[in-house]
Write a protein that binds this ligand. Sequence first.
Ligand code: NAI
Ligand code: MG
Length: 356
Amino acid sequence: MKTFHIALIPGDGIGPEVVAQGVKVFKAIEKMDDSVSFTFEEFPWGCEYYLQHGKMMDEDGMEQLKQFDAIYLGAVGYPGVPDHISLRELLIKIRRGFDQYVNLRPVTLLHRKLTPLKNKTEKDIDMLVIRENSEGEYAGAGEWLFKGKPEEVVLQTGVFSRKGTERIIRYAYEEARRTNRTLTSISKGNALNYSMVFWDQVFEEVGREFPDVNTYSYLVDAASLYFVEQPERFEVVVTSNLFGDIVTDIGAAITGGMGLATGANINPEKTYPSMFEPVHGSAPDIAGKGIANPLAAIWSVSQMLDFFGLEEWGKRVFCTIKEIINHEEHLTPDLGGKASTEEVGDYFVNLLMQTK
Ligand code: NAI
Ligand code: MG
């Protein structure tokens, strides 16, 4: 029997509401499959914890997390705690500290009724965006000079190391090769004359090792247009931290919104745990109302199962998400239903038990 140890960080707002539904899915799988089991340990970290203790996580928090196979995170951030603190001192700390340099964001249309785009169907919107997750524009490098003075100057520097750029691009080529899909790089070499010229160069260099992979290269502004007008152009996509952040929000918009967007933070070498989370935040506007859509968080479970090597289960959870979309009465209001978060979770587990 294989046992996987999962650290739960439900976090703030709707985070705990949706993570609880994901945990139900793990427990159902455990019941159906004698060969796997999952253990959970919950960490109370987040903004509420910050307001009580003056820190987002324990001093030795990273040490505590290290022993787990994966981290399942809800969302962090809440009014009263500045977002740059909640983001930097928990999320980014984990992504950086555990060298989770790959951010995997599927942009997949589950049902044509979910897209606001005219005449686009499931076969037109089915891509995997691979976002650089450890450096680039979000490296936190820069300077704030003459603060508050008339000569004030602010510098925000993008950091693109050869190692960091090569490894994300190589990961993307390997994924494209493995799944027999095209690879598109999104950059901006015409305006960012150091970082993105370098990015384009590395994309070409690494590409020589993958002559079998068909590639495209777009400027980020053009790519944003294509995401909306011709999403069928994209299969596997690789891009920098900032551009990936933005284009995956467009991706969420064309596939049914925040309640369905998921993202995995992967340390491919498995030196450290990887982290799985819905893309959405803590949604203070609906927190506590019991109407948050748990399907993004459940999609994270599917990604985690794939990562554990339990691809059959990963696929089955994914197919069940596709299936539940057909049952509008069992969906939350953001998808046109009237069900509560709990009801969706329970109905999902029922469906999962029925599907093969
Ligand atoms: P948000 O994603 O929390 O909410 C944006 C909108 O989408 C809101 O109207 C919300 O009600 C809706 N929404 C989000 N998730 C939903 C779900 N599962 N079901 C139904 N509707 C959903 O983004 P916002 O409002 O910009 O940020 C709120 C807080 O969350 C901030 O403190 C922010 O820093 C934090 N945040 C945390 C993230 C994380 O932990 N990874 C990511 C994004 C934001
Ligand atoms: Mg974002």
